[in-house]
Design a protein. Structure first.
Lengths: 156, 774
């Protein structure tokens, strides 16, 4: 009984997030919005994770995703905790790993180098936005402050 | 693949043989295992650093992308809130427009001594004073005036002077402003409904969208793109005024350049180039504030000028530019042929000027017998000559029969019949779908026409010519594109249509066009394509809803007719705001507006909640809460997601609905007012203010108690608010503070301004709303 109620709640949450991007009220969303929807449901997929997910649910390359396919796939993701959140601690350690000189902050050049060359690189626009957001008046990224400021509390 | 560093390999596996197939996988595996520990043990060393850095980067990227996506989500919601409220407001306006019209029509009857602002506003046809164009010469310009002194015909030095003056917050003297307006009117009269442009002699044409009184955006466009000139042609696609604070300056500049370069400067009419919209959305107020003495005359001129603006522009016979959009009835040939200036406002439904026929009468069927008591047929019309010029009277149909009687008889009879004179029956308050929206004002087929002292039924005439004309123009100015096929009435806005890609396709094909450029809707990036690229929306007022809410854009077309977009954003603060700050600011603003809406519908909402909460526990489920909000406010918003910002949860997870209203309160202490009256006042405060301002001809801030009573009765009846005469009398008496028969309506209305308690500096809030029983 509790299990059913739980999945009903999960379905409700997924539907609500989906509806926000269903502009024509016909149970479809543009594939480019999927990332945003999944993020808003508390998940932290990588770009590759997103690509894989989309491949499974997209309507034959129409550029649209229908709720009928999205709902079961997303439910599975949530119930299996597939793209788990990144805790503040882990994030902090990630920043520390980049801070070779252990100076407790990063220079924009340092951060840019990593963000645009490693992993799943940022576009220039993403990089500019990040620097604007994270750099303080001394043009340094004090990641300890940044991390606590920018961790969003989940919606109740 | 490059050779791996020897160091790595010598530590872990066999030396790299450069084949590219070194045991990277094993390295990776081991790295993964060790990495976890490395994080915790903070081991140094090249291998760990490299791998750790890579992993760290991925982690940070994932986290950051998600953060941005969440922000985007919030921005999206915020946008929805602003847009919903904006369109709902426009709907309200359209509903009230029939009331405004009626009010404006009938107010002259109440006081009926010669022409005044009202009649001037309404029927501009014959007015000897205003046709004397040299009147502005009589205006004296003092020596102390340091602003631009324009000389006509205008030259570049005049427009430069205007630019400098406006950048320094100066106001153009009325004498020059008036002359500018007269010259503009003269010029516009010569223009056709549809302007045809060609790119053969010029490099690029620049097309701009809504400006809405944002002078900064206009100046930024001129700065980035160049001032209008023979080599730099522009098309401004409507909505120059309203909402922004510098509508006057914007429109003066646009008209000045129009006069200076009539072949390279082109203006299309927008839905806000409409004197009734201006009453509500700020332009009228701005003009009256900046030009206290001559504001009336200017508004009169603007009414004409706006209706004389061309409604469309076509480039190279291939690109159509209109402000709103099209409908399945749009016919450019027909549109070219009509007399566009006759459609003064989308909100003034066209009337027959023939005989006694008045479609509006059909709504009065119920009270027909009563009204004939007080009225006489056409003969009475000629008797009303003493009230304003005869031609004015004759054009007013139907209502004027009663009007002549109303001037002498008691107000009650005219009010009771007048409440049914609006094209829509007043019983429904809900904003959609409104049967009298400009798209479809007439729903009844049989007319009861008074003849002598009885009635005869006549079949309604088929839509007359000028109704077709009116609809053509309203569709052009108010429609929005949508993704679904077909054409349906635009119930969201209350005017024009929603047109689908098939409608666009058909129209483009029919007239040999390839692209439709329109404005009318605010877009986050300043522009948007739809209908497979056949429709471009261009919007030029950045930060429209709030600081950081959107960019502005303009589009340029060269001879090859391929659109190129240019975006910008005017920022009030010099420091660049981060996305987070912008989203937070916009969100805060949107939520405030939303909360005000909630407060203004408090009684209805509480009634809805109580229906779900029969035992009066003070809480309902989240679904019920969302449902009540949706049905009362009729705003299509993600209520569940917004819930945390609007209300608290009870310990058991249900919604504590009274908490919706606890942050808000009235401005001044409320006078003794019945709850439903109070709510109406909260909701329509701005509109009522406009009406009172109209009545208050000498701008004293006072109106007579009698005027107040009459207005209020009409208004309530129109809205279907059940109010009896006694309550109105009591109200009038209670706010007649000096007991001298006059009412300070500004003070009165101040009580109905919704105030956010948390930021109110005024601690004298007495008499909370909770005291009233809803």
């Amino acid at each position: 009984m509790a299990g059913r109620k739980q999945s009903a709640d999960v379905h409700q949450k997924i539907r609500a997030a989906f509806d926000a991007f269903d502009y024509e009220a016909n149970s479809t969303v543009d594939v480019r919005e999927i990332g945003t929807i999944i993020y808003s449901l508390g998940c932290f997929p990588s770009q590759k994770d997103l690509h894989d997910f989309i491949a499974k649910v997209e309507e034959d390359h129409t550029g649209y995703i229908h709720l009928d396919k999205f709902l079961p796939a997303m439910t599975k993701v949530l119930q299996e905790h597939k793209f788990p959140p990144i805790s503040e601690d882990l994030l902090l350690q990630a920043f520390e790993a980049l801070d070779k000189e252990k100076k407790d902050y990063l220079d924009p050049e340092e951060l840019t180098k990593y963000m645009t060359q490693e992993g799943e690189p940022f576009t220039q626009e993403e990089m500019e936005e990040m620097l604007t957001a994270l750099a303080d008046h001394r043009n340094q990224i004090h990641y300890k402050d940044v991390v606590s400021q920018m961790t969003i509390k989940p919606d109740k | 693949m490059k050779k791996c560093s020897k160091v790595i390999h010598s530590r872990i596996v066999s030396p790299c043989n450069g084949s590219g197939k070194c045991r990277v996988s094993r390295v990776k595996f081991m790295a993964r295992v060790v990495f976890k520990h490395a994080f915790h043990l903070n081991l140094k060393g090249n291998l760990w650093d490299c791998v750790a850095a890579m992993k760290a980067a991925v982690l940070i990227q994932r986290w950051y992308r998600r953060y941005i996506a969440r922000l985007e989500m919030r921005r999206r919601y915020t946008w929805n809130i602003f847009q919903s409220i904006e369109y709902a407001g426009e709907q309200d306006q359209l509903q009230l427009s029939s009331f405004f019209s009626f009010m404006l029509d009938n107010f002259t009857q109440l006081n009926g001594n010669g022409p005044d602002l009202i009649s001037q506003l309404l029927d501009p046809l014959v007015d000897p004073w205003l046709d004397r164009e040299t009147c502005y010469n009589q205006i004296h310009v003092p020596e102390s005036y340091t602003g631009p002194r324009l000389s006509f015909p205008l030259s570049v030095s005049d427009t430069s002077a205007l630019l400098s003056a406006f950048k320094e917050q100066q106001t153009l003297h009325a004498r020059y402003a008036l002359q500018l307006l007269y010259e503009t009117k003269k010029l516009l009269k010569q223009m056709p409904n549809i302007i045809h442009l060609s790119t053969s002699y010029i490099k690029d044409i620049t097309i701009c969208g809504d400006l809405h009184g944002r002078l900064d955006d206009l100046l930024l466009i001129f700065y980035k793109n160049g001032l209008p000139s023979a080599d730099t042609p522009y098309v401004f696609n409507g909505d120059f005024v309203d909402r922004g604070k510098k509508s006057m300056e914007v429109v003066i500049l646009l008209f000045a350049y129009l006069l200076l370069y009539p072949d390279s400067m082109h203006l299309n009419r927008g839905n806000h180039e409409d004197h009734i919209m201006n009453l509500r959305y700020g332009f009228t107020k701005e003009v009256m504030q900046k030009y206290k003495t001559h504001g009336h005359e200017m508004l009169k001129l603007f009414q004409d000028i706006f209706s004389l603006l061309p409604v469309a522009t076509v480039i190279d016979g291939k690109i159509l530019i209109v402000h709103g959009g099209i409908s399945d009835q749009t016919d450019l040939d027909f549109l070219s042929s009509i007399e566009r200036h006759k459609v003064k406002s989308a909100l003034r439904f066209p009337r027959h000027s023939v005989g006694q026929l008045d479609i509006g009468q059909s709504c009065r069927q119920a009270k027909r017998t009563r009204s004939t008591d007080a009225s006489r047929p056409s003969s009475s019309r000629s008797q009303s000559k003493n009230q304003g010029t005869p031609s004015l009277r004759n054009r007013r149909c139907g209502l004027s029969r009663k009007d002549s009687a109303a001037s002498n008889s008691s107000s009650s009879s005219s009010s009771s019949s007048s409440s049914l004179c609006s094209p829509r029956t007043p019983s429904c308050l809900s904003p959609r779908p409104c049967p009298s929206s400009p798209g479809m004002p007439y729903t009844i087929n049989v007319l009861q026409v008074p003849f002598l002292d009885s009635l005869s039924s006549v079949p309604a005439p088929s839509p007359a010519q000028h109704e077709r004309e009116w609809k053509q123009i309203v569709d052009i100015l108010w429609s929005d594109p949508k993704t679904q096929e077909g054409c349906s009435p635009n119930t969201f806005r209350g005017g024009g249509c929603y047109f689908g890609p098939d409608v666009t396709q058909r129209l483009l094909l029919r007239h040999g066009l390839q692209l439709l450029i329109r404005s009318h809707e605010c877009k986050q990036e300043g522009y948007e394509l739809c209908h497979g690229g056949q429709v471009i929306t261009i919007f030029s007022a950045s930060n429209y809803y709030e600081e950081g809410s959107n960019r502005g854009a303009y589009v340029k077309l060269g001879r090859e007719l391929v659109p190129r977009f240019y975006q910008y954003q005017v920022s009030r603060s010099t420091r660049k705001l981060t996305l987070t700050q912008r989203v937070r600011a916009a969100e805060g603003s949107a939520l405030r507006a939303l909360k005000e809406k909630l407060f203004a519908h408090r009684c209805e909402l509480m009634a809805g909640f109580l229906q779900c909460d029969q035992n009066n526990t003070g809480s309902v489920s989240v679904s019920e809460w969302a449902q009540v909000l949706e049905s009362v406010l009729r705003l299509d918003l993600p209520w569940r997601t917004l819930r945390p910002h609007l209300t608290r949860l009870a310990p058991d997870g249900s919604v504590d609905y009274p908490s919706c209203f606890e942050d808000m309160g009235p401005g001044n202490p409320l006078p003794q007012v019945a709850p439903n009256l109070a709510e109406t006042l909260f909701r329509y405060r701005t509109d009522i203010e406009i009406i009172f301002n109209i009545i208050d001809k000498d701008h004293s801030g006072l109106i007579s108690a009698e005027e107040f009573r009459h207005t209020w009765r009409l208004f309530s009846a129109h809205l279907g608010v059940d109010i009896n005469d006694r309550a109105i009398d009591d109200l009038a008496r209670s706010i007649d503070f000096n007991k001298d028969g006059s009412i300070d309506f500004t003070e009165f209305l101040e009580a109905f301004r919704v105030v956010h308690k948390l930021d109110s500096k005024d601690q004298h809030l007495s008499g909370k709303m909770d005291g009233e029983k809803c």
